[in-house]
Design a protein around this ligand. Structure first.
Ligand code: FE2
Length: 282
């Protein structure tokens, strides 16, 4: 239901939203969208994501079917209402699409039969632009005001925080997988060969120093360090009689020893969270 326009009802709605924090992340975004849609009395609400000149629906709430909107479907940015929001990073309120020169001729207006629109940019706390949060109706919504974009802005901040939290959790999970994978492999190797652990640590320091001197970005330096730590992990596949032989190696033994980078690449490529390190040559 549309709230009384004389009294912005955002505070009450937000209190209600605070109680929803225990819901699953995607549920939470959907419920926040539902609140925005009901508050503004619109037909559909969605979160869109922008990548390389395209825009895709991420979360849809309301009567998406009557607009022919589908989650995950990407559309060129030039053809959508959200273009102005994305390019200008400004809220955009269109109470009557038929009177707005920017959007009335768009194919989307005809295909989805759009009569009114309100959209705001979805930006993360570091300024990174994710996409938009929007509401649309088939009919004009003549009561829509700039102030409604302010309410949508609050809704959008909640959604941005949620998406950021999810991204951070996913990153932490990945780091944990990596740390576990690397730790297990190195422990196995050290159990076989006391020398390699110390040697690998020295290679980590050397590779990182060279990479930084070459101006490699910090995230890539992290990956180089991980690859350096693992560069000899294939020695796990070299027999003890060769790996720990006190004297010089025979020709056949050298051949076995020279297999270790190939074995290492295979091991690293097979582990989720580490596979991207396999092609790195140290
Ligand atoms: Fe080595």
């Amino acid at each position: 239901m549309r709230a009384d326009k004389g009294e912005p009802n955002a505070a009450g709605e937000l209190l209600q939203l605070a109680g929803l924090a225990y819901y699953r992340a995607s549920d939470l975004v959907e419920r926040v969208l539902a609140t925005a849609r009901e508050q503004l009395d619109m037909d559909v609400a969605f979160v869109s994501e922008v990548t390389e000149g395209q825009i895709a629906f991420r979360s849809l709430e309301g009567d998406a079917g009557s607009f022919h909107f589908k989650e995950g479907v990407a559309t060129p940015l030039a053809t959508v209402f959200c273009r102005k929001v994305i390019e200008g990073r400004i809220p955009y309120v269109v109470p009557n699409v038929g009177e707005d020169e920017e959007v009335r001729e768009l194919e989307m207006t005809r295909v989805s039969n759009i009569g009114s629109y309100v959209g705001v940019p979805l930006q993360f706390s570091d300024g990174r632009l994710f996409g938009t949060v929007c509401c649309m109706s088939h009919a004009p919504s003549l009561e829509l005001r700039e102030r409604d974009a302010g309410f949508m802005g609050v809704i959008t901040r909640l959604i941005a925080e949620q998406i950021e939290r999810e991204e951070l959790e996913a990153k932490n999970r990945e780091l944990k997988i990596k740390a576990t994978g690397i730790g297990a492999l190195l422990a196995a190797l050290e159990a076989r060969d006391g020398y390699t652990g110390e040697h690998s640590q020295a290679v980590v320091e050397l590779s990182a120093a060279v990479a930084r001197r070459l101006g490699v970005p910090e995230e890539e330096v992290d990956e180089i360090e991980q690859a350096a730590l693992l560069h000899d992990v294939g020695k796990i596949g070299v027999p003890d009689s060769v790996l720990n032989k006190p004297g010089p190696l025979e020709k056949g033994e050298w051949e076995l020893m020279r297999q270790h980078p190939i074995i290492g690449e295979r091991i690293v490529a097979a582990i989720e969270g580490l596979a991207h390190l396999a092609p790195i040559k140290i």
